[in-house]
Design a protein around this ligand. Structure first.
Ligand SMILES: *Cc1c(COP(=O)(O)O)cnc(C)c1O
Length: 394
């Protein structure tokens, strides 16, 4: 049997060595605290779970769903966008429920890129943009996100010959992994750039509801004309602690939404209906859990930032997202610092290079571990200070 090249060519899982080390340490009975995973530890709000349980008992929800989603869910998404962002969406042509936004992010590439076309992809970034581009035999062009530019894309630096072949541009704010934010002014620039070069835009925005200090992240679709040229991916995963339920959405440009709908209707059968009903409850029911969760994350964020700064790491306090993006101390690489933390104090941080070559020099810490684990992890990290001298003299 021969496995297809597109699978054989997939990059190896970047955290294999670290995962192996974690397993070895745990097997020896050593405690390992992980800041690696970006997956809310807090439970889904009760009203949403109750709705799912009720819906699960109704035989009408045991059958195939429609792949374009229930009209009631599309309406709920459109109403939510109107209320939250003052963005008007036609539920029939501009809204598409997804089996988690990752599903749509992986598939839109197949709808927009022919073999050899270029996708403009930030670096560092959520790995799915680049991998799905390569799977579709298209070409990723990586654009560095740098601290000097507040981790915003420098659209003027893209060479002319790349722009000619570019058909798709990915952006993500609030950003994973850097925690950076963008304002509508930046989105306006993206719209003007995309229109000037006829490049479709995908904004990946699962963290618009996860924000701190009273900051309210905007939607890409709030930029004038954004719907002419792009779509936004959004998700219930991070807003409502529903990563395990798999429900998200694409909204915006009707032509792109229709292409994604046509693709999906040929390979999947949509979001299970009981989950769609629970998603409607999440979007239309009481929203106060969001502020409560954000207050918890904000407290964790402050503790993490303080500990890292005490250790001598350079770190900005993120205004949104679930991540702290920290510069590794001088003399370390992303990987060597992550290894040092695991070996010396039993703490897992994610090397920035897991999100692209430009992530070198950084590590990512996630805020999605229980308060008790977080406190334990931070005290372990603080205990590393004593080893700074040793590591420098090596
Ligand atoms: C979590 C995450 C997603 C995927 O969310 P799902 O809706 O659970 O698939 C997409 N993009 C980024 C940047 C994420 O961090």
């Amino acid at each position: 049997m021969k496995i297809a090249r597109r699978i054989e060519n997939l990059p190896p899982y970047l955290f294999v060595t670290i995962s192996k080390k974690i397993a070895e340490k745990r097997a020896r009975g050593e405690e390992v605290i992980s800041f690696g995973i970006g997956d809310p530890d807090l439970p889904t709000p009760k009203n949403v779970i109750d709705k799912l349980c009720l819906a699960a008992h109704d035989p009408a929800n045991h059958r195939y769903p429609e792949s374009e989603g229930m009209p009631e869910l599309r309406k709920a998404i459109s109403t939510w966008y109107q209320r939250r962002f003052d963005v008007t969406l036609d539920p029939d042509s501009e809204v598409l429920p997804l089996i988690g936004s990752k599903e749509g992010i992986g598939h839109i590439t197949w709808c927009m890129l022919d073999p050899g076309d270029v996708a403009l992809i930030p670096d560092p970034a959520y790995p799915v943009y680049g991998i799905s581009t390569s799977l579709a035999d298209a070409v990723p062009y990586h654009m560095p996100l740098t601290a000097a530019n507040n981790f915003l894309l420098d659209l003027d630096s893209i060479p002319h010959e790349i722009l000619e072949k570019a058909k798709l541009l990915w952006i993500c704010y609030p950003n994973n992994p850097t925690g950076a934010i963008a304002d509508i002014g930046f989105f306006d620039k993206v719209v003007a750039f995309a229109k000037a070069h006829d490049i479709a835009v995908c904004h990946d925005g699962p963290y618009t509801e996860v924000s701190y200090d009273g900051y309210k992240p905007p939607s890409f679709l709030q930029a004038a004309g954004a719907k002419d040229i792009g779509i936004e991916f959004h998700s219930l995963s991070k807003s409502y602690n529903m990563t395990g339920w798999r429900v998200g959405m694409a909204v915006g440009n009707a032509k792109m939404i229709d292409a994604l709908k046509r693709f999906k209707s040929n390979i999947d059968s949509g979001v299970p209906q009981a989950i769609q009903l629970a998603a409607i409850e999440a979007l239309t029911g009481p929203q106060d859990e969001i502020a409560r969760h954000n207050a918890i994350y904000q407290r964790r964020r402050d503790l993490v930032v303080e500990t890292l700064q005490d250790m001598g790491l350079e770190v900005q306090t993120p205004k949104a997202s679930l991540y702290v993006w920290a510069k590794v101390p001088r003399g370390f690489t992303s990987a060597s610092f992550a290894t040092e933390m695991l070996d010396q104090v039993g703490v897992v941080v994610t090397p920035g290079t897991g999100y692209g070559a430009e992530g070198e020099g950084y590590v990512r810490l996630s805020l999605t571990l229980s308060d008790a684990s977080l406190v334990k992890g931070l005290s372990k990290l603080s205990s590393w200070r004593g080893t700074v001298g040793r590591s420098k003299s090596r």
